[in-house]
Each structure stands twice: as C-alpha cells, then as structure tokens.
Design a protein. Structure first.
Length: 121
C-alpha cells in the first residue's frame, strides 16, 4: 500500500473515516468521496492506483463506476455489507471485504486486487 493512491467511495461517514485511517496506516493515501457524482469529479483529477467501492451508494449501485475504472486498468475492491452474490458476473473476480473489516482483510483484498491487475495486463 505504500505510496498508493486509493479512491474510497463510501456514503457512511464513520466507515469512510475508518477506511481512510486503515489505508493511511498501511502507507497509502485515501481520497474519500460519498457519492457517484463526487467520484466522477475525482476521476477528472486523475486515476487512482486502486479503488475501494461500497456497492450501495445513496440507493444506487457502483457497478458502472467499477466497470469504468476496470476499463482503465484500475484494480477494484468492493467493501460492502452485501454478499458477493450481488456482484454482476463481469465483476465477480473483484475482491470483496465485508463490513466490518479489519486492516488484515483490506491487506488481503489489496493484494488480490493488485494480483488480478497484474494478470490482466
């Protein structure tokens, strides 16, 4: 995680703060947004190294954003209270951490996400 820029899409402020703290503890830089529109604005500033996306954002899903990021080669991690079965088949390989999650859970997900990105390159 050292030096990695992480987009965090999370609409629950307490969870976003926790995730930001976990990422920064691991040496990364978290850019937290709480809506899909804010995520689109953040992308205009440049691509992150990895994205952690809550699935349900203000009663909308983040799958289109995930597809957009994946098309640019950005590894995706879904962080959600939902089971992996709600993830569309084309995103099924993305790691999922279930809330509440720990630094160890995130570390494993980041390793898996970067491993997937390396295999797809």
């Amino acid at each position: 995680m050292r030096g990695k820029r992480v987009m965090v899409l999370e609409d629950e402020p307490i969870i976003a703060m926790l995730l930001e703290e976990l990422i920064e503890t691991a040496g990364g830089t978290a850019n937290c947004v709480s809506s899909l529109d804010a995520a689109a604005d953040l992308l205009k500033q440049g691509l992150p190294d990895v994205a952690v996306l809550d699935i349900n954002i203000n009663d909308r899903d983040s799958f289109d954003l995930a597809r957009q990021l994946a098309a640019f080669g950005v590894p995706i991690i879904f962080a959600s209270g939902y089971r992996k079965t709600v993830i569309p088949p084309d995103m099924a390989d993305a790691p999922v951490v279930t809330k509440p999650y720990s630094l160890e859970d995130l570390d494993q997900a980041f390793r898996a996400a970067f491993g997937l990105a390396n295999r797809q390159s």
